[in-house]
Design a protein around this ligand. Structure first.
Ligand code: SF4
Length: 246
């Protein structure tokens, strides 16, 4: 299952094997396959400590790319600092080029707690910094934390895919795990959840209430993201830049 420029991965055969692996085995495969050409992304969201733990167990200095949109919760910054300190992370932060206050004015956004044009805001404040990070690092592969049960757009994803947008292999070790399996791993390894998790925030992005809100009992974990709209992705995991979703 080895990939070289002359001999790319046979994705069908590789995925058939990877589907039989558990997430730590997929991570170990990716590290063996791509070595230092592997990066990972993290939103430092509700359960982000899990993939960070899994990856750094195998590759302690893996480059971790994160985007600061300018609109993160203060708790997310604190959580990032905590995890960086705890795991000695090789963390690469990419900031939006926009001043957060000036952007609102320029974009005609009248309330700081509500984003009217969410696609444009995600495109310039989230996707642009991530695209910039990928251009800078030029990895051959990218570990990401998406799961099939998070949204309809993720149900058909494969554990390893070729991303034309970033010209790399996107590897999703957690694709088949449920919330229960995530919770079990977190508890087993004594990993911290994001500080807002206990306040009902099951999926955490930016701080406008139109982008992230707490969920109520029985709601889907991602129901609090862009609630009341048909937007379910910021776009980082879509092949089309700025598409309608971490
Ligand atoms: S999640 Fe909301 S605040 Fe964050 S970049 Fe997207 S639209 Fe902007």
């Amino acid at each position: 299952m080895s990939a070289t420029l002359e001999q790319p991965l046979d994705l069908v055969a590789t995925n058939a094997v990877l589907e039989t692996y558990d997430p730590p085995q997929v991570v170990a495969w990716a590290v063996k396959e791509f070595g230092t050409d592997l990066v990972m992304s993290s939103s430092f969201g509700a359960e982000s400590a899990l993939l960070i733990h899994m990856a750094t167990q195998v590759m302690p200095d893996i480059r971790i790319i994160t985007v600061d949109t300018g609109y993160l919760f203060p708790e997310t910054h604190e959580f990032m600092e905590d995890l960086q300190h705890r795991f000695h992370l090789n963390l690469w932060r990419y900031h939006t080029k926009n001043d957060p206050i000036a952007y609102l004015k320029e974009a005609g956004e009248t309330e700081a707690t509500v984003r009217i044009d969410r696609d444009r805001c995600c495109e310039v404040n989230k996707n642009e910094p991530f695209d910039r990070a990928m251009q800078k690092h030029q990895p051959k592969a990218w570990l990401r934390g998406i799961r099939r049960d998070q949204s309809t757009t993720r149900q058909d994803r494969k554990i390893v895919e070729w991303s034309k947008r970033f010209s790399l292999y996107a590897v999703s070790p957690l694709l088949n795990w449920s919330s229960r399996e995530i919770y079990r791993y977190m508890k087993q390894h004594d990993l911290p959840f994001h500080p807002l998790y206990e306040k009902g925030y099951a999926s955490i992005g930016c701080n406008p209430t139109s982008c992230t809100r707490a969920i109520t009992i029985g709601e889907d974990p991602r129901a609090g993201r862009w609630a009341g709209t048909d937007k379910i992705e910021c776009g980082l995991h879509l092949e089309e830049e700025g598409g309608s979703g971490i």
